[in-house]
Design a protein around this ligand. Structure first.
Ligand SMILES: [Zn+2]
Length: 432
């Protein structure tokens, strides 16, 4: 049924991955291409050229998003079918994170046009600006601008060189004074699809090239501070100590036990930073601050874990003669993928004879922002050893080719479908 040319498309995507990896190359496989830098701009220019070659008209919006558009002659004003990901990287990164989603989408549109097909709605491919967030310490910038979810003060954030986001954006080709123009009206995006590397070990452990994402888990970020009393490490008897670090150790170990008890679920808990005062080998630690990152797909379970953790902190503090404070820094609910879009992807995977296990995403992606504007779905491609944000990040050519073909088939099916009264809002194929 599909006229997908595996060999040609696979070569095209692989060649382009290699070309992009030259921009900001730091080693054989390493890339450093921070958002809104001249290197990032160079990558965007290449992608612009490729989008044009695929038959799209291309623009850079005020938020720095590169948007390629394939018009629909039958329904020029219909809500768009959007595909995308990002081209910026972490400072010590590989060649695949974000990249395969943009290149895969461009290739999908190219194949669609080559087949002479007419979309029942416009298709847009987006390379979102500043997904990684490492330069200004806040990510998924372009996608959040698109759905109107930027926050107060974001444009004034500065990078390590004192350049504000606003300045960087205008050098890049955007315009912070016109950010409103980057916003899509409610209902103007019919659906969003993103292809991305897994960045974790699940698909590899299941021996699967690709996976279907069920949702993006919501992080709860807490900062815990414990206060005890400093004293001489040689003279204060154990029974009289108020040791803040000893308390923190019990809480952190307890967090592991709490989350491990939910084995078989996507629940994860991490204490990622720890600072202690005064930090001398012969002084009992007086003050400790540490952060907790708790994630799950099930909000009820996550809330239960949080309640148990707070109980534990209270117990340990009482037991060690400590006082404490807990600050909540972030509290995002999980965002689930759309069941109907997931059905379409399952059906297409079936047609390819592709095994498609389901998994959640712990990391967030541009899809997280888009989830507030439209139904969304994601396809993951297996990551070798689960490594990402590291030059050793690797996904095989075969796996990427499967992922791109699945993205293409899904896009094709949705682009040839109408969504409306006839089907009660369901995606219904216009082809037999
Ligand atoms: Zn990414």
């Amino acid at each position: 049924m599909s006229a997908w040319d595996r060999t040609t498309s696979r070569e095209q995507v692989l060649t382009r991955i290699r070309k992009l990896a030259e921009i900001g190359k730091i080693s054989d496989t390493g890339v450093s291409r921070l958002a809104m830098t001249p290197l990032d701009r160079q990558a965007v220019e290449l992608a612009r050229q490729w989008m044009k070659e695929a038959g799209m008209s291309v623009r850079l919006d005020a938020a720095g998003n590169l948007i390629g558009r394939l018009e629909s002659p039958v329904a020029p004003d219909a809500p768009v079918l959007m595909l995308g990901s990002h081209l910026d990287t972490q400072p010590y990164a590989g060649r695949f994170d974000g990249i395969i989603g943009v290149l895969g989408a461009i290739e999908a549109v190219h194949a669609f046009v080559s087949e002479g097909l007419v979309p029942q709605r416009p298709i847009e491919v987006v390379a979102f600006s500043d997904e990684e967030g490492c330069r200004f310490n806040k990510g998924i910038f372009g996608s959040r601008a698109m759905v109107g979810r930027l926050e107060e003060g974001e444009l004034e954030r500065v990078d390590g060189d004192g350049i504000t986001r606003s300045e960087a954006l205008s050098i890049f080709g955007g315009d912070s004074a016109r950010l409103d123009e980057a916003k899509y009206a409610k209902g103007s995006i019919a659906a969003y699809l993103e292809l991305h590397i897994e960045q974790g070990p699940v698909l590899e452990s299941l021996d699967a090239a690709c996976g279907l994402v069920t949702g993006i888990s919501g992080p709860l970020w807490l900062t815990v501070e414990l206060h005890g009393f400093a004293g001489h490490a040689g003279s204060v008897p154990m029974s009289m100590r108020r040791d803040a670090l000893a308390g923190a150790a019990r809480i952190i170990a307890g967090l592991q036990d709490l989350v491990r008890a939910e084995a078989g679920t996507p629940a994860v808990g991490t204490a990622g930073t720890l600072q202690l005062f005064p930090g001398s080998r012969n002084i009992i630690p007086e003050r400790v601050q540490f952060t907790i990152d708790l994630r799950d797909m099930d909000m009820e379970r996550r809330n239960r874990l949080e309640a148990k953790l707070r109980e534990l902190i209270d117990e340990v503090a009482a037991d060690n003669g400590l006082t404490y404070s807990i600050r909540e820094d972030t509290n995002s609910p999980p965002r689930y993928c759309d069941p109907e879009l997931m059905d379409v992807i399952r059906l297409e995977a079936n047609g390819m004879g592709l095994q498609l296990p389901e998994l959640m995403s712990g990391p967030f992606h541009d899809a997280l922002a888009l989830s507030y504007a439209c139904p969304y779905a994601m396809i993951f491609v297996r990551s070798k050893d689960g490594i990402s944000h590291n030059p050793q990040e690797y996904s095989s050519a075969d796996d990427i080719a499967e992922g791109v073909e699945l993205l293409y088939r899904t896009m094709r099916s949705l682009a040839l479908s109408i969504q409306g009264e006839r089907s009660g809002g369901k995606w219904e194929s216009t082809t037999a």
